[in-house]
Design a protein around this ligand. Structure first.
Ligand code: ZN
Length: 483
């Protein structure tokens, strides 16, 4: 009795196992069948995502750089488009008899693991990897990358002979290897890519990051919004609500209906409550920067505190020196912070010196031009910077420590204007240099087009947009007014 029950159970397990072996190719989609009129779960998921996130809309703005700003807004938005998911299976339709199967690489997956999944012998893998030009593309697979295998339908437990392998070389080339006995033939198929300038617009919802990602913005785009363009004006922990909206102009590269690349943020607006913030990318002296609508850099020339989350422990001025014990002028300010806390360059600068400097211990001196220099002392160690090097604001130049004449881990920070020590906490920081002349004119031309497009899109998506967007237009058209 017990025996037969155990047998039945074992039978069941074996059946289940066989079932799973038989259905293993489900892991990879069968492409030979072509699109059978049904959507896969993934495609449904995509479709429902676009349906439920009705507020997340992408509109195509064909080459806004090329469009003259005088172009009147077209009432019919011929350029609006929803990036619906494509059906990759349909691509290989019309190739009867083969059994190409597509796999999307998962994080950490290697080509070896994929070969194992398909039951392709390891010797084949070695032969493929010896093929010139294959190793570069295949030795480090990126998650999300698509590979296609031409293999016969496997018999359970048996190895299969790989007939063909397709993979991408860069964005615009697909390589097809045909394996015939010991021979491998390579065919390179050029794949057309298309670059479009688009306005992506959405509401913050529960998470700005998630909403932005769902729209097709890259993590680096989101960082640009929160850590660069709007960081001085919006407190993303306090000021932002679910109904606040953002619109971003980016260049997207598409290939066969699939998004392959999203470029940097070209323009962005963020509406918190009834307040509109905006920022625009523009290259000044060959270096991209973000500006307000009237051409002022969004970046301040100096950040107030060169270390985050530090406590001011000693101000500027006369005080009893903690080590020497007598009254002495304190020529800077002290911030207490844990050893190893990164110290950032207060502004764009050239490194004057980086190394041991007597009582300052490990110290860095930076020259910010226009007569401004800063000094950072008592570092535990220096960052990866060299004397004479040009560095950007926020570059880590060293780490908090207690080297030199110091009683505990802290940063000693000095701010000098034309060689005179000044209190960095009370002086008015110099405004960054705004755009002027030719570059300003060029900037205005670009931004007015971008803004018009954003406005166009927002007018369509959000019913309540009119008061804010008229302000947008005002920012773009009134010269010299701060945006
Ligand atoms: Zn000090």
């Amino acid at each position: 009795m017990i025996n037969s029950e155990a047998r039945a159970q074992r039978r069941q397990r074996l059946d289940a196992l066989r079932e799973s072996v038989l259905h293993r190719p489900v892991l990879a989609r069968h492409l030979s069948e072509g699109f059978n009129g049904r959507w896969s779960r993934r495609q449904w998921a995509h479709a429902s995502l676009f349906a439920t996130l009705g507020m997340l809309v992408a509109a195509i703005v064909p080459g806004f750089r090329a469009i003259e700003p005088a172009t009147p807004l077209t009432p019919a938005l011929h350029s609006m488009a929803l990036p619906l998911p494509t059906l990759p299976m349909a691509r290989l339709r019309g190739q009867p008899g083969d059994s190409w199967q597509a796999v999307r690489v998962e994080r950490g997956q290697t080509l070896g693991a994929l070969f194992e999944q398909f039951n392709i012998p390891a010797a084949t893998l070695q032969r493929v990897m010896k093929q010139p030009g294959a190793r570069e593309s295949l030795s480090r697979l990126k998650p999300g990358m698509e590979l296609q295998f031409d293999v016969p339908v496997p018999a359970p437990g048996q190895q299969v002979a790989l007939r063909g392998l397709r993979f991408d070389r860069g964005d615009s080339h697909r390589v097809e290897l045909s394996l015939d006995g010991e021979n491998i033939r390579e065919k390179v198929i050029e794949r057309q890519t298309e670059t479009r300038t688009v306005v992506l617009s959405g509401k913050v919802g529960r998470s700005l990051f998630r909403s932005a990602r769902k729209l097709g913005l890259s993590p680096s785009n989101v960082n640009t919004l929160t850590g660069e363009i709007f960081k001085y004006d919006i407190d993303f922990n306090e000021d932002v609500g679910a109904n606040d909206r953002f619109s971003v102009v980016v260049e997207q590269t598409w290939r066969e209906g699939e998004l392959v690349k999203t470029g940097p943020v070209l323009a962005a607006t963020f509406t918190t409550g009834k307040k509109l913030h905006s920022g625009f990318r523009f290259e000044r002296n060959g270096k991209p920067e973000y500006f307000t609508g009237d051409g002022r850099p969004l970046k301040k020339s100096f950040i107030r505190m060169p270390i985050p989350y530090a406590r001011l422990t000693s101000g500027f001025g006369a005080r009893r020196h903690p080590v020497l014990g007598r009254m002495r002028m304190h020529k800077g300010v002290d911030y207490a912070a844990g050893t190893g806390t990164p110290i950032m360059a207060a502004g764009d600068a050239r490194v004057v010196s980086a190394g041991w400097q007597g009582g300052y211990g490990n110290a860095v001196v930076l020259d910010h031009g226009r007569g401004y220099t800063t000094l950072y002392g008592h570092m535990s160690r220096l960052g990866k910077i060299k004397r004479g090097q040009r560095i950007g604001q926020g570059t880590v130049i060293g780490y908090v420590g207690t080297t030199g004449m110091s009683t505990g881990p802290h940063l000693h920070y000095e701010f000098r204007i034309n060689g005179v020590h000044r209190n960095p906490l009370s002086i008015t920081m110099p405004p960054p240099e705004p755009l002027t002349g030719g570059p300003l004119a060029q900037f205005r031309k670009q931004t007015s087009v971008a803004l018009a497009r954003i406005q166009e899109v927002e007018n369509i998506i959000y019913a309540d947009v009119s008061p804010v967007s008229s302000k947008v237009a005002a920012v773009a058209s009134k010269p010299g007014k701060k945006g």
